[in-house]
Unconditional design. Structure first.
Length: 331
């Protein structure tokens, strides 16, 4: 089943195709994108610039914590009234956080951490947050197994690209590099520092930032992408696609049903992210819907019908503070 596109005049079908194509290969050239989508590279460039200016489009490199064997945590912070926005904005400025939202009438923050170094999550969970007087409760759930999300993007559920277009866009990696371990070396940091700001940075730009030859930069980036240590991701404001509401769902299952429920959730159109967790709930997901009526329809329909689901707690985001990057404190 393909999702319906409800852009409500803000975006059109070509915009969605371009976003979907970038989700497949965020570093594809405008000429390649234009060839696949049947338009000129100038048209792609214009659309890309407009999406960046109006829909929050960013293409960035992301370290895949699951592939790298690093711990990831989903945090729920209950705050005193009028403090959550300040705390959420402070968290958003940290490089080890993403997917931050305000919920529960503005008194709860939901935040995912992606530690870059082994001590990062200890610094946040055991250091800074407990010493913040406005934080009255911290609930941390470790992510155990990703069912959906990460390199697998939500836009593919719209089905706007056919299999041939996806095949043409899918990057080809050297077989030897693909078999290599997912590992980030200290000398990769200058390369990733640039790509985490702009995943489409050119090879000459990467060469200047790293001091390596262009061929060496190409080989190393190819190896990082092939091994899965790093992937190129796309962020945008989903309201421009007609889906303004996101909610985190905390799902309790029978232990024996956890995997089957998680696999089923991954197939649901509304689900942009799903992971098994250690903590009070067994699965956490991010659902993206057209509004409160859409959230009710999902909770009472596809989710409610899943065998093995015992309890669901929903936290609709009043405001999404950060996705992959921190763009603007006022959004």
């Amino acid at each position: 089943m393909e999702m319906e596109f409800h852009a409500e005049g803000k975006l059109d079908g070509l915009d969605l195709q371009l976003l979907s194509a970038l989700e497949v290969d965020g570093r594809a050239s405008f000429s390649k994108l234009g060839g696949v989508l049947g338009v000129s590279d100038q048209t792609v460039a214009r659309r890309y610039r407009r999406l960046s200016a109006e829909a929050g489009l960013r293409v960035v490199a992301v370290r895949d914590a699951e592939r790298l064997g690093q711990d990831q945590w989903m945090l729920r912070l209950r705050c005193v009234p009028d403090s959550a926005t300040v705390i959420a904005d402070a968290l958003a400025k940290r490089p080890d956080t993403y997917w931050i939202g305000l919920g529960s009438g503005g008194t709860e923050i939901v935040c995912m951490t992606r530690p870059r170094h082994p001590g990062d999550h200890d610094d946040l969970l055991l250091g800074k947050l407990p010493r913040t007087p406005s934080v009255v409760e911290i609930r941390a759930q470790q992510l155990l197994h990703r069912f959906y999300g990460g390199p697998t993007g939500w836009l593919r559920k719209f089905g706007t690209l056919d299999e041939e277009q996806i095949a043409v866009l899918t990057p080809r990696h050297d077989a030897k590099a693909t078999a290599g371990p997912a590992r980030i070396e200290p000398e990769d940091e200058p390369l990733l520092a640039v790509l985490e700001r702009d995943g489409r940075a050119t090879y000459p730009e990467l060469q200047r930032a790293t001091g390596r030859s262009e061929s060496a930069v190409k080989r190393r980036l190819g190896a990082l992408l092939a091994s899965g240590a790093v992937y190129i991701d796309v962020e945008y404001h989903s309201e421009f696609l007609g889906y303004p509401l996101a909610a985190v769902l905390w799902i309790t299952t029978a232990p024996s049903a956890m995997h089957a429920v998680g696999e089923a959730l991954a197939t649901h159109d509304e689900i942009a992210f799903a992971s098994a967790t250690a903590g009070p709930s067994h699965i956490v997901v991010t659902a993206v819907v057209r509004g409160t009526a859409g959230l009710y329809t999902y909770l009472s329909g596809p989710l409610g019908r899943l065998e093995g689901v015992q309890h669901v707690e929903a936290t609709p985001f009043m405001r999404r503070v950060k996705q992959l990057t921190y763009q603007h404190a006022g959004r």
